[in-house]
Each structure stands twice: as structure tokens, then as C-alpha cells.
Design a protein around this ligand. Structure first.
Ligand SMILES: *Cc1c(COP(=O)(O)O)cnc(C)c1O
Length: 392
């Protein structure tokens, strides 16, 4: 049989990380002591009061369809969050609850982009952005950055990349995979250009709460009415509440965009899981004490991993200011990222993600969302591995 796969699916790049991940899992199954630095999710459990809310919802029979864009209670709680934490005024009708922040991003691309449109994405990027743009039949335009600028695009770079076809600029601060965080001034400068040029901004702020060393977060939507009118904010429960498996995220958009996304969602997924939404309400309205504890732990691990990695010859690493990733430069080892990660896994049983997956072949991504013990073991092994390269 010749199963003719549609062009939009056939042209997707399969996840490079999957190859490494499945190899690591297979090695683990064989009883090999593999250290995993691959996962992009917190290693902490979802706070109990959030689980309790979902369990109660199930026991109360809250198991039926809800409005496609989410229960009013959760849309209100999200609107309240934006008001309280970001100074942004959204009506509940401008909030769409989706099956994860990833689903929110996808809905935005499908609602706003079509063939002939260009979407500007700074690299290193979250690997799903360009593939989503392609699914919308638009063209990703990648802006390269490096550790020399802490992986940030300059206003000039953005300005030069904008054409009459540019529809959307993707901003992700704090960033996955680099952990870099734009300052308030830098965000404003990028936002100003988008406003001037009439380019919309998809601002993925899912790591908003995971910041270190006094770094702060500013939503690009918050600078003026014009910035607000040009921005769709993406957020979700996966990272700051450790709810990756719940599949629950949200966005806030100007009314006409929210309306379009509501229609798309009503014909694709319908509502996100009913009882998960009750968990979402508890996450936003309940105590946030867990976050301080997690951040203190992440900060400790980050300090250790950064010090250790920068002590390794031929490795350099700018320190991250957010999220839970480090993005060390491996170019001086003479290996490209796929080769580096494959050999690292083979020889020292450490699974890291090759930077090429994020459009940056001189780097690898280390997630420190793992125990200190694992982190120490893994970093020692990377040290040994890189020193062995230098000798050979
Ligand atoms: C984790 C993540 C998301 C959203 O993940 P979901 O599990 O779909 O909520 C969105 N953007 C970035 C950059 C992420 O790392």
C-alpha cells in the first residue's frame, strides 16, 4: 500500500530528541545506569491541593463536556492572574483554556497564519515552534543568536528580518532551551518594533515564575495599549505547578483572535479535560508556597551545574537566568551536537539533548529538573567524557 501522507505532515521534522530519549530508555530497561538530562519537566510532584481539587471534581461528577474554551471559573481565575501579576486587563472572553501551552501555541498559528506568511523565530528556539508554523503552511524565519548575546535577538536583527509578509514574532522569555531572560528594556524595544511594523507577537511566558539572581519578568503586552493590541500571551500550568501530564494551558488575546481560536477549538479538541480545569482553578487561586521551595532547589542545582560545567576544559556556559536549563557551548570539543550527545550516551551513559534540535548545533541542553545526586553524577561523567575527547 502506498499511504499518501499529506504534505503538511510529511514535511514535519520528527523530534530529534526522541531518538536519544528512546535509546536512553532502552538502556535503562537493560539495567544500565543512565543519567537523564533530557526531560523538559519539573521533577516535583503536583501540589496536593491541586490534585485534591481534581479528585473532588471527579467524585462530584464533574465529568461532562464544558464550554469549548474552558469553564467560566477558570477563565476568570486566569483573567485575575493577568491583572494581579502582569497588570493586564482581559475579559474572560479573551481567555482560552487549552490542552497545554503547546496547544495554545498551535491554535494561535492555525488561527493567524497561512501560506505566504512569515513567522520570525529567534534560535535557539523551542523545537515545536517552526513545525507548528509549517503545519499552518506558513514559513518560519529563523534569527540566529549565540551565547555572546546571551541568546537574545537585537532590535536591529528583528527590524531587518521583518518583511511585508511577516505575520508574527515569537518571543519566549524566560527561554527554553537557553534559560535566558530578556530585560524589561529589551522586551520593550522588541515590542516597539512590532507595534511600529504591525507585526503580532506570540509571547510564550510559561516560565514566568522560574527566575534567578534577581531577574524579573515583564509581559510585552503590558507596555501600552498598542503593545497589548499586538500581543497574544501564552501560558500554562505545566512548569510552575508541575502539571505537564494534566495537559492544561491558556492564552490571552485581543477579542477577535480569541473568538477565532474558540471556533477552532470547538471543532478540534472541544474543551480541555473537565476535572483538570478544576485543578487549574485551585492552582491559580490556592497557595503558591511550593514555588519558593522549588525555586530554592532549582537555584542550588543551577549553581552547582554551572560551576561544574564551566570548570570543564573546552566547555563554556553562560549562566541562565530562568527556566531550568543550561545551554553549554561544546564547539571547542570539535564535535557537533548530535555526535557529542550520541557519544556521551554511548560512553558515559548521560542523555542530553543536542542543540541542533533547537536550531543551535554548537550547544547541548542540560535540564536541571532532576535530583542533585543525578546532577552531580551526570556532570562528573560529562567532565570525564570531554577530558577523554581532549586526549584522543
Ligand atoms: C513546556 C513548554 C510549553 C508548554 O507545555 P505544555 O505541557 O503544552 O503546557 C510551552 N512553551 C515552552 C517554551 C515550553 O517549554
Amino acid at each position: 500500500m502506498n499511504y499518501k501522507i499529506a504534505q503538511r505532515a510529511a514535511s514535519l521534522t520528527p523530534s530529534i530528541t526522541l531518538a536519544i530519549d528512546s535509546k536512553a530508555k532502552q538502556m535503562k530497561a537493560e539495567g544500565i545506569d543512565v543519567v537523564g538530562f533530557g526531560v523538559g519537566e519539573p521533577d516535583f510532584d503536583t501540589p496536593q491541593h491541586i490534585k485534591d481539587a481534581a479528585i473532588k471534581a471527579l467524585n462530584d461528577g464533574f465529568t461532562k463536556y464544558t464550554p469549548a474554551s474552558g469553564i467560566p471559573e477558570l477563565r476568570q481565575a486566569v483573567a485575575d492572574k493577568f491583572k494581579r501579576e502582569n497588570g493586564l486587563n482581559y475579559k474572560p472572553s479573551q481567555i482560552i483554556i487549552s490542552c497545554g501551552g503547546k496547544h495554545s501555541c498551535y491554535n494561535i498559528m492555525i488561527a493567524l497564519c497561512q501560506a505566504g506568511d512569515e513567522v520570525i523565530i529567534p534560535a535557539p528556539y523551542w523545537l515545536s515552534y517552526p513545525e507548528m508554523v509549517k503545519l499552518a503552511e506558513a514559513t518560519p524565519v529563523i534569527l540566529q543568536t549565540s551565547d555572546k548575546t546571551e541568546f537574545k535577538v537585537s532590535p536591529e536583527q528583528l527590524r531587518n528580518a521583518i518583511t511585508p509578509r511577516t505575520r508574527l514574532f515569537v518571543l519566549n522569555s524566560p527561554s527554553n532551551p537557553t534559560g535566558s531572560v530578556y530585560t524589561r528594556e529589551e522586551i520593550k524595544a522588541l515590542g516597539d518594533i512590532c507595534v511600529e511594523k504591525g507585526v503580532l507577537i506570540m509571547s510564550d511566558e510559561i516560565y514566568e515564575h522560574l527566575l534567578y539572581d534577581g531577574a524579573t519578568h515583564t509581559s510585552v503586552a503590558s507596555f501600552s495599549q498598542a503593545h497589548y493590541d499586538h500581543t497574544i500571551v501564552v501560558h500554562g500550568f505545566a512548569k510552575a505547578w508541575s502539571m505537564t501530564g494534566w495537559r492544561l494551558g491558556f492564552l490571552a488575546a485581543p477579542e477577535p483572535i480569541a473568538k477565532a481560536i474558540d471556533a477552532i477549538q470547538s471543532h478540534s479538541t472541544s474543551n480541555p479535560t473537565s476535572f483538570a480545569q478544576k485543578g487549574g482553578v485551585a492552582a491559580l487561586t490556592g497557595p503558591q508556597d511550593h514555588l519558593k521551595v522549588w525555586l530554592a532547589e532549582f537555584a542550588k542545582r543551577r549553581a552547582y551545574a554551572h560551576a561544574k560545567l564551566t570548570s570543564i576544559p573546552n566547555i563554556s556556559c553562560v549562566n541562565s537566568k530562568g527556566a531550568f536549563y543550561l545551554f553549554p557551548n561544546i564547539s571547542r570539543t570539535g564535535l557537533k551536537s548530535m555526535d557529542f550527545c550520541a557519544k556521551l550516551l554511548e560512553q558515559e551513559k548521560v542523555a542530553a539533548v543536542p542543540g541542533i534540535a533547537f536550531g543551535a548545533d554548537d550547544y547541548i541542553r542540560i535540564s536541571y529538573a532532576t535530583s542533585m545526586e543525578n546532577l552531580q553524577k551526570g556532570c562528573e561523567r560529562i567532565d570525564k567524557f570531554v577530558r577523554s575527547l581532549a586526549k584522543s
